[in-house]
Design a protein around this ligand. Sequence first.
Ligand SMILES: *Cc1c(COP(=O)(O)O)cnc(C)c1O
Length: 399
Amino acid sequence: METMKAYIKEAEKALLHTYNRYQVVLDKGDGVYLYDIEGKKYLDFCAGIAVFALGYNNKSYNDALKAQIDKVIHTSNYYYNVPAIEAAKKIKEVSGLDRVFFTNSGAEAVEGAIKAARKYAYLKDSCTDHEIIAMEHSFHGRTMGALSVTGNPKYREAFEPMIGHIRFARLNDFDSVLANVTEKTCAIILETVQGEGGIIPAREDFLRQVKALCEEKDILLILDEIQCGMGRTGEMFAWQRYGVKPDIMTCAKALGCGVPVGAFVLTERVGAASLTSGDHGTTYGGNPLAAAAVNIVLDLFEQNHIIDNVKETGAYLEEKLESLAAEFDCITERRGLGLMQGLVFESPVNNVINAALEKGLILINAGANIIRFIPPLVIGKENVDEMTQILRECLLELQ
Ligand SMILES: *Cc1c(COP(=O)(O)O)cnc(C)c1O
């Protein structure tokens, strides 16, 4: 225990105190398991917050990155590079969208989407007072623009003023969206499945109504697929389940499976009438290493039939979580899609998560009362069984 305690003490002296971290120092990973520096093994149902879809220490993924490192890691966006061209083509294929801008993170993808929407509206009327409608309980990132559309007043308060002209509506309440629409509305942004806000899928009828409204009024629909995209719900992107295509989509987290990369992706129509040369840029975005990660991730998704596994194992996970919800009175609801699931508890879940960690199971919350299940997308039914067994033991002990 000494080494881990010692490292944690050092960390608390050197790192800024922006996280209440679990008292574990992680060292390496293999498949769906992580190991701390003392060799203790953990079944991982967090995947680095929905990032490591392919499982740890995947040989093809590691080899592709090593090969790219030996060629060139970075060139800047003043020049073309083959991995970025290939990666953009693949994203177009799997999304049916047309234009890709690579970023280094999710928040930056949201920033880009906001800028694209504002520029699109500006080109129509030369005004700079356009409004964006976002959702309560949403999460879009921590930079100022992304924070401005994040529907959690606690995250925003100390950092006011936000960027202006943002209104908040309620997810799955179309009337609340309508009540916020004005002739200045240029975009509506929402997560197809809210993640941090508590694993809440947008309903199909709601999405269809929002889409129809956007088409009628030439408002851009921005779908944030940073957490729910990349196969997590059993479709490559969650909106594909409903056939409601966004004008702009944001993507990150599992897009690079650990190498920091995001993207905002636009239709040709919006791409051609929004950001143009000089309007936006990034030093690192889509550099050869990041783009090599996107390429190998999308290749392996196809080769390894990742989405089929999500459909099958996701259904099994849902079944197991339903049976826990039926067994324990402290659980009030199961919700979610595919391998993006939540169990809603009557009271805060910290103690459950800590007990699970003690027993070698990594879980995270999504809001105080909700346990979130976002494992690597390669998990099997036996891993679901192992998770369920540990979680059940914890719940019995805590009763
Ligand atoms: C994580 C997340 C973000 C922010 O991504 P970062 O890479 O942390 O900046 C934005 N939107 C959603 C839905 C997310 O889950």
